[in-house]
Ligand binder design. Structure first.
Ligand code: CAA
Length: 288
């Protein structure tokens, strides 16, 4: 398969990532079937994407006609079989739960065309963990977007030991065709590239505050002004979600056995109280 063979894309899961991935793909001319079990979640995804693209039109960055066409290219589905029909590329972006992802992969294996590429957007699970769920595992790999997916430029394409070379090449080229910058990860490793660097750096910030060296506000100021990150590590953790941050760290701890990934008390204190960042109105900072 080459990139020209990709004519229709299916995105499975309409959470924060799936919704924006679908919209990004549609902005670059592809019809996209967006699947979720929940009609409410699909409605929320469509509303949020319409609001984000409307802001681009207001700012003069997008023509109204292109905005309307990009929104119309995303169709929503609560029936997985209907969503994957005719899809040449399927991007799985369901909850970061191994059994959920395995179940979805089994369903995709049954419903998708045998030559369709199945790409997992997982941050914490390499595609090897699902390879036994897919008969044609040479079509399986990770294609990992960053949050917010409509804005962040990087997409990591991760070769699994089972992935065919043409599938890797096609996905790298596809990422370029949807206006993003691909990075090819040649071997599976926990966190891939960017998260492996980012979350260990975040851990350092969490420990410096926990051990009383600096306030959280000053740690964020230091990183923004000294390293030119657009957000400090505490602000970024609130954007990513403290539950997602904790999950990435604890999965890293389990999968690598390295203590440097072990979630710190300053983080688990918040998640234990249900303070999950921007999405709940409170995390390290308050957003009400
Ligand atoms: N969703 C979609 N678009 C968003 C957004 C969101 N949550 N927040 C901001 N934007 C858009 C704005 O609409 C605006 O778009 P246009 O200019 O096209 O209209 C653009 O981003 C810039 O926004 P603002 O001017 O409001 O704010 P900003 O310049 O401060 O940028 C930011 C906001 C893009 C979030 C920026 O602060 C940033 O890049 N932060 C770092 C994000 C980051 O590191 N992400 C990686 C997280 S780790 C991860 O994702 C991996 C994982 O596996 C969990």
């Amino acid at each position: 398969m080459t990139v020209d063979d990709i004519r229709k894309v299916c995105v499975v899961g309409a959470g924060t990532m799936g919704a924006q991935i679908a919209q990004q793909v549609a902005l670059f001319g592809y019809p996209v079937a967006l699947f979720s079990r929940s009609g409410e979640r699909l409605d929320a995804a469509v509303t949020s994407n319409a609001r984000l693209l409307a802001k681009r039109v207001e700012k003069g960055k997008l023509e109204q006609a292109d905005c309307d066409a990009a929104l119309a290219r995303v169709t929503t589905h609560t029936d997985l079989e209907a969503a994957v029909q005719d899809a040449d590329l399927i991007i799985e972006s369901v909850a970061e739960d191994r059994e959920t992802k395995r179940h979805i992969c089994q369903q995709l294996d049954a419903a998708a065309a045998p030559e369709a590429i199945i790409a997992s957007n997982s941050s914490t699970m390499a595609s090897s963990l699902f390879a036994d769920c897919i008969a044609h595992d040479e079509r399986l790999l990770n294609v990992h977007f960053f949050n917010p997916a409509l804005v962040m430029q990087l997409v990591e394409v991760v070769r699994g030991p089972h992935t065919a070379d043409d599938v890797v090449d096609t996905c790298v080229e596809f990422v370029r065709r949807i206006g993003k910058t691909p990075v090819l990860v040649e071997k599976e490793t926990y966190g891939f590239i960017a998260n492996r660097i980012l979350f260990i750096a975040m851990q350092e910030a969490f420990r410096l505050v926990e051990d009383g060296y600096v306030s959280m506000e000053d740690a964020d100021l230091a990183v923004k002004n000294g390293l030119n990150w657009p957000m400090g590590p505490f602000e970024l953790a609130d954007l990513v979600g403290l539950d997602v941050t904790e999950d990435i760290l604890s999965q890293g701890h389990v999968q690598t056995g390295e203590d440097r990934w072990k979630p710190t008390g300053i983080l688990t204190g918040h998640t234990g109280r249900g303070e999950l960042g921007r999405k709940t109105g409170k995390g390290f900072y308050s957003y009400k």
